[in-house]
Structure formats: structure tokens, C-alpha cells
Design a protein around this ligand. Structure first.
Ligand SMILES: O=C1O[C@H](COP(=O)(O)O)[C@@H](O)[C@H](O)[C@H]1O
Length: 223
């Protein structure tokens, strides 16, 4: 069943658990890679940290192997990073300077997580970085979630992507997902501000995370 509320291109998919969600997410990555390659473009994908890492690390490599796809030409980047200042030679920000001619990089796919407070990447509720309009990567030195020093893609980049998929699993995300997906708040949470201008917005949830939702969702019971 397709969602009938919210932005036209938003789809919310619910899986019984992260074990079913992971292969579907890996499949989505491969589909987007094929679509980019079919259009003659290099596939650019931005990945987030947190609980998403375990899901991707478990399910993406076998999917790539069984599809006999070569990821050698993919541009893999991080949606945020928690360690070094942007001037550092090892800074992940460098990865985002490889989009010649584009003021705002347009990713084929960004895979984002969402914290129980509604943050995504390292964009936190109420933080001035939510107002950033110029920078594509910004530093934050006062992250409320440790560690305090991070860098993150900004909203202009997130909202320029061709597709954004949020992944959220577990009961600790249930209350904030209701606010993000069903709320109409005056000051939306960071994750609710991600509305790709001309791209698609997907949500991959497990049942624990989706348990408070009343909007129509696509239920996936088996692989
Ligand atoms: O701090 C971060 O948190 C979010 C959400 O992480 P989770 O463990 O609650 O899933 C993550 O997407 C982001 O990359 C990370 O820096």
C-alpha cells in the first residue's frame, strides 16, 4: 500500500526487522547505481554513520557480489563525520570537492539515519547550522551528542539529492518518527527538513520504529 499523505514523492516502507530491511536497502543502492550508470554518470552515494553502518556492512557487500556489479567507479562519501576539523588533510570534506562545475553537489543517493532527537547527519534540533545556505559541508563544535566536534553535509546538499533514503530501526526511534512523518511543526526537526527539491524521499523502517505511525505505509513481510 502506498502512502497517501505527505509530500507526493515520499514513500514509507516498513520491514519486520533490520534483517529484512538490510537486503531491501542494498537492493535499492544497486538499483540507483544501475540508473546512474545507465544515464552515463558515475554513481555518487553518501552514507551515514550510527546504527546504519551495521546494516550496510552486513548486507551491501553480498548484494554487490551476487549482482556481479563493480563498485570501483562509485563515489562513496560520508554524510557526516565525527572526527577531524575541515582543514585536516584527512577530512571527509575533501570527498565532496569532486563535483566539478556543480555549486551544490547532486548525489544520486544519500543514505541517512535519524537520531531519537530528530537529528540527521550532524544537523541537530535548534542548531544554527540548520540555517546554512552557502556551505556544502560545515563544521560543528558543539554537537549535543558526543563527540562535540564533527563535520556534516548541509541541508542544501541533502535537498539537492536525486534520492534520499532514511533508515531507522528500533523502538527508540518510534516517537520521533511520528513527529517527523506525521507532525506539522512550526520549527521542523532536522530530519523533517529533508525534502529533496526534485528527488525522491524514501523511508526504510522496521516495525518497532514504525509502531506509532498512523499514515499508510508499504508493509514488507517477506524478502
Ligand atoms: O551521530 C549520528 O547519529 C545519526 C543517527 O545514528 P543512530 O545510531 O541513532 O542510528 C547518524 O545517522 C549520524 O551519521 C551520526 O553521526
Amino acid at each position: 500500500m502506498a502512502a497517501t499523505t505527505g509530500p507526493a514523492s515520499r514513500r514509507v516502507s516498513v520491514f519486520p526487522s533490520p534483517q529484512e530491511l538490510g537486503p531491501a536497502l542494498a537492493q535499492l543502492v544497486l538499483e540507483r547505481a544501475a540508473a546512474a550508470g545507465g544515464g552515463g554518470r558515475r554513481f555518487s552515494v553518501g552514507l551515514s554513520g550510527g546504527s546504519l553502518v551495521e546494516i550496510l556492512a552486513r548486507d551491501l557487500p553480498p548484494a554487490v557480489a551476487s549482482a556481479a556489479v563493480s563498485p570501483a567507479g562509485w563515489l562513496l562519501a560520508f554524510c557526516d563525520e565525527r572526527l577531524v576539523p575541515p582543514e585536516h588533510p584527512d577530512s571527509t570534506a575533501g570527498a565532496y570537492k569532486v563535483f566539478p562545475g556543480e555549486d551544490i553537489p547532486v548525489f544520486d543517493l544519500l543514505v541517512l539515519g535519524v537520531g531519537p532527537d530528530g537529528h540527521t547527519g550532524s544537523l541537530f534540533p535548534g542548531h544554527p547550522l540548520l540555517q546554512e545556505k552557502e556551505k556544502i559541508v560545515a563544521a560543528i563544535t558543539d554537537s549535543p551528542k558526543p563527540p562535540p566536534e564533527r563535520i556534516t553535509l548541509t541541508l542544501p546538499v541533502l535537498n539537492a539529492a536525486r534520492m534520499v533514503v532514511f533508515v531507522a530501526t528500533g523502538e527508540s526511534k518510534a516517537a520521533v518518527l511520528k513527529r517527523i512523518l506525521e507532525g506539522d511543526e512550526e520549527n521542523p526537526l532536522p530530519a523533517a527538513r529533508v525534502q529533496p527539491r526534485s528527488g525522491q524521499l524514501r523511508w526504510f523502517l522496521d516495525e518497532s520504529a514504525a509502531k506509532e505511525l498512523t499514515i499508510p505505509v508499504e508493509k514488507h513481510s517477506v524478502l
